[in-house]
Design a protein around this ligand. Structure first.
Ligand SMILES: Cc1ncc(C[n+]2csc(CCOP(=O)(O)OP(=O)(O)O)c2C)c(N)n1
Ligand SMILES: [Mg+2]
Length: 634
């Protein structure tokens, strides 16, 4: 056996540079690069290996220095989602806080089922000088470190205490990263001494490896059951989730919708699966969906969920489906999701499953009257959206006007990025997706701070598209530092900073729940009330962005905003547009609900009133446990 003598870190880098993925005959490097921040935990290990690879040309794994470890995981998620999970990034971090800063990113990746390889550094395997700097020292056992916190957040976790363990860890990591069923954050913890330890590796460890990403086809019996259930439906609705997009099944979805006449609603991750102006597209469904989709969901006797996790926002906390006979067919590559709501499980790749369903449903079509009903409703709704987009609100513009201007100025191939606050809801309800990749809202973890960092990865994945990070002041203050990474790497971003002096979202939620917007605005503490409802703070986020290296355009009106967007778009430099909006401006209603518990007892009258409303909504919640179609009495 020929062997190669390398450190663990050098072997890791060489291995990662030789991993490929393949789907539909198209092959690409699976891990085309590595983000990182070095500290004593990895500076002599992984950093040395990356430098050596770069200098000697023995492995091609370009390194990008991020500004915050959480941010680099977000960037990696943006990257992998943009590449439909066919590629992912690696992230190296130092021991201790450098590593635990990645925990939020790990959760975000796993919740959204997006691959990322995390390489936290760890305490000395030899423990010769324990406790080392940043070591936890768990009195229950010396093999516990802060990195064990990655276990519940990772779809695969291993710690390489010995060089001999590395090959199995790497192969396990790759298997999970490239499996659409399993994928999410994958963590290999690397003790700092082991990273630098030499070993004789079998040469074949570094051979080119291709990980074939399959398109599992449905089991014929399951397909027959699903088709039978769908054929009996009179008021069916498709809910298209992110899985449709990751599987590149949008063309198949369009054909399926056109051949059956079944309307298509979408989730946050699925928006764009069927473009907004398709006659069968009915918009977002659920708590922040369109009233068109929500009316269809309410009366549907059959829901075909495709590539969706059915989050509470999608199901309006299980109040969206009110037809007592409603049944579910779930087409999902993941049995875990296919089984939800007692659905008929159609476990398959979204595209393969849709193609099979098109055939199995040949001759089936919904009633013309059904289609005509929601078409008329959609026409009305489009007028409501147009109105919200051009509200003419004053003195400060409304957020819906900002979204409208963006929607109209952006090219279909441009990407809008959002994650938290009041914008994801408004976007889900109002955005007209003109390209399958135009809408990028991270709403699995809805993590404040994803926007700019995520946009960085998205732009790396799609350099030919303009990327607009749409960021609230709260999100901006949490994580704006990847602007510096964008500037230093020459990765051009467009950033729209929406200043409304605090949490418009949680403020509105607080008010609706009887908590009077308590503690949700960024203001001075008022001496008399003792609350944060004093004057506006002397904060200038535009100056902040400028200080980080962005070109900044400050605007006051929507007309100026439109012009600034066009200017930002045309520029080759990272450009931030700053606009102040009215957090109290009106937003159309989704005619839906979201379950956020209200105090059962309260001295405050506002809370007592909110509790009454809450109980009324709560009564509409359904367990969605009805047996599958062939078992139930229909
Ligand atoms: C990391 C993180 N912390 C807290 C929350 C809870 N949260 C959701 S929205 C929000 C406020 C967002 O403020 P901003 O970005 O200004 O958006 P706005 O609500 O004003 O639109 C908070 C605190 C979250 N989603 N993520
Ligand atoms: Mg805000």
């Amino acid at each position: 056996m020929t062997t190669v003598r390398l450190t663990v870190a050098q072997a890791l880098v060489r291995f990662l540079a030789n991993q490929y993925s393949e789907r539909d005959g198209v092959e690409q490097r699976f891990i085309p690069g590595c983000f990182g921040i070095f500290g004593h935990g990895n500076v002599a290990g992984v950093a040395q290996a990356l430098l050596e690879a770069h200098t000697t040309g023995t492995a091609d794994l370009p390194y990008r220095l991020a500004r915050n470890e959480q941010g680099m995981v977000h960037a990696s998620v943006g990257f992998a989602r943009m590449r439909n999970r066919l590629q992912a990034m690696a992230c190296t971090a130092s021991i201790g806080p450098g590593s635990t800063n990645m925990l939020t990113g790990a959760a975000l990746a796993t919740v959204n089922r997006i691959p990322v390889l995390l390489l936290p550094s760890d305490v000395f395997a030899t423990r010769v000088a324990s406790p080392v700097l940043q070591e936890l020292e768990d009195p229950r056992g010396y093999d516990v470190s802060v990195n064990d916190a990655f276990r519940p957040l990772s779809r695969f976790f291993d710690r390489v205490w010995r060089p001999e363990q590395l090959p199995a860890a790497l192969l396990g990591a790759m298997r999970v990263l490239t499996d659409p069923v399993e994928t999410g954050a994958v963590t290999i913890a690397l003790p700092q001494d082991v990273q630098a330890e030499a070993h004789d590796w079998p040469e074949e460890l570094f051979a080119k490896r291709v990980w074939h990403i399959a398109r599992p086809v449905p089991d014929p019996a399951a397909l027959a059951r699903a088709a039978e259930a769908l054929r009996s439906a009179r008021r069916p609705l498709v809910i298209a989730g992110g899985g449709v997009i990751y599987s590149e099944a949008t063309e198949a979805l369009r054909r399926f919708a056109e051949s059956t006449g079944i309307p298509v609603a979408d989730t946050q991750a699925g928006k764009g699966a069927l473009l907004w102006d398709h006659p069968l597209a009915v918009g977002g469904v659920g708590s922040t969906g369109s009233p068109v989709a929500n009316a269809l969901a309410r009366d549907a006797d059959m829901v075909l969920g495709i590539g969706t996790r059915y989050s509470d926002f999608t199901t309006a906390s299980r109040t969206a489906f009110q037809n007592p006979d409603v049944r579910f067919v779930n087409l999902n590559v993941t049995p875990f999701d296919a089984a939800k709501h007692s659905g008929e499980m159609l476990v398959a790749d979204a595209r393969a499953g849709l193609e099979a369903l098109i055939e199995a449903l040949a001759g089936y079509r919904v009633d013309e009257a059904y289609t005509a009903g929601h078409r008329a409703h959609a026409v009305e709704w489009n007028q409501v959206v147009d109105h919200a987009f051009h509200l003419g609100h004053g003195p400060l513009p409304a957020q819906t006007e900002v979204l409208g201007a963006l929607n109209e100025v952006m090219d279909p191939r441009d990407v809008v990025v959002q994650a938290a606050g009041s914008m994801p809801g408004d976007l889900q309800m109002l955005w007209r997706a003109k390209d399958v990749k135009q809408y990028h809202v991270e709403y699995g973890y809805s993590c404040m701070g994803y926007e700019i960092a995520g946009a960085l990865g998205i732009k790396m994945a799609a350099p030919d598209r303009e990327v607009f990070a749409l960021v609230g002041d709260g999100s901006y203050l949490m994580m704006a530092q990847e602007i510096v990474t964008a500037v230093s790497e020459g990765i051009k971003l467009n950033i729209v900073i929406v200043q409304n002096h605090g949490f418009a979202s949680i403020g509105a939620l607080s008010e609706s729940l009887g908590s009077q917007r308590f503690g949700t605005s960024y203001r001075y503490r008022d001496e008399t009330t003792g609350l944060l409802d004093g004057g506006i703070l002397p904060i200038d986020l535009a100056a902040n962005a400028e200080s980080l290296g962005a070109t900044v355009i400050r605007v006051r009106t929507i007309e100026e905003f439109r012009a600034a967007l066009a200017q930002a778009r045309a520029s080759d430099r990272t450009t931030a547009v700053h606009i102040e909006t009215d957090p109290l401006a009106p937003v159309p209603s989704s005619e839906s609900w979201w379950d956020v518990p209200v105090s059962e007892v309260a001295a405050l009258d506002s809370t007592q009133q909110a509790r009454k409303t809450y109980e009324a909504h709560k009564a509409a919640q359904r367990p969605l446990l009805s047996p599958r179609s062939e078992e139930g009495s229909r």
